[in-house]
Design a protein around this ligand. Structure first.
Ligand code: URA
Length: 180
C-alpha cells in the first residue's frame, strides 16, 4: 500500500471515530523529513481545510526561509484534528486523537518531528516544561523530537519569536546532520 493510501486509511478511521466533528487532516509533502505537529486547527484552518494557514502560515514560511528549509518539503499536522473554539479540550479527549497522530507519523516516517507548543509536546509523550526543552533533541526511536514554541505565542511575544527562529536554525543543523 502506498503512503497516500495509508494516510487515507488513517483519515478514514478518524472520520469514523469522530463523526460529529469537522476534521482538518494533516497536509504537506508525504515524503517529508520534517513533520510539524501543532495543537489543533483554528477557525481559519477549519475554513481552509488544512493546518496552519493565513497569518500562521506566513510566519512559519518566514521562519523556514530564514533557516534555509524548503517549505515544500515539510508536512504539517495537529494532535487534535478539529477546532475546539467553544471549550478547552480535556486530556482524555486529547488522548483519544494521539493513536491517529502516531499512525500518521509512522506513515510519513520523518527524520525529525517538531512539536509547536505545549499541548503538541505532551501529546507526543514528553511531559516536561517547554521552556526547559525547546530547541533540544530527543530520540524517539524512528525519529528525533525537537520541541519548540507555538507560532501564536511568537506572534504575541517578540522574544518567543526570536527563540523560535533560533530553534528553526537548530532544526536545519539537525536535518543536515541526520542526512549526513
Ligand atoms: N494552531 C495549531 O496548533 N494548529 C493549527 O493548524 C492552527 C492553529
Amino acid at each position: 500500500m502506498s503512503e497516500v493510501e495509508k494516510l487515507n486509511q488513517v483519515n478514514s478511521s478518524l472520520k469514523k471515530k469522530f463523526k460529529d466533528k469537522k476534521l482538518v487532516f494533516g497536509s504537506g509533502f508525504i515524503g517529508a523529513k520534517i513533520v510539524f505537529v501543532g495543537e489543533a486547527p483554528g477557525k481559519d484552518e477549519e475554513t481552509d481545510g488544512k493546518p496552519f494557514t493565513s497569518h500562521r502560515q506566513k510566519l512559519l514560511n518566514q521562519l523556514l526561509k530564514t533557516a534555509g528549509i524548503n517549505k515544500n518539503k515539510v508536512y504539517f499536522t495537529n494532535v487534535l484534528k478539529y477546532s475546539p473554539t467553544l471549550k478547552i479540550p480535556t486530556s482524555k479527549e486529547i488522548r483519544s486523537y494521539v493513536p491517529f497522530l502516531k499512525e500518521e507519523l509512522k506513515t510519513i516516517n520523518p527524520l525529525i518531528v517538531v512539536t509547536l507548543g505545549n499541548m503538541a509536546l505532551n501529546g507526543i509523550g514528553l511531559r516536561q516544561p517547554l521552556d526547559n526543552v525547546h530547541g533540544k533533541t530527543f530520540n524517539f526511536g524512528s525519529y528525533e523530537l525537537l520541541p519548540t514554541f507555538h507560532p501564536d505565542h511568537a506572534i504575541k511575544d517578540p522574544l518567543v519569536k526570536n527563540q523560535l527562529q533560533t530553534d528553526f536554525v537548530k532544526l536545519k543543523k539537525l536535518l543536515e546532520s541526520k542526512e549526513g
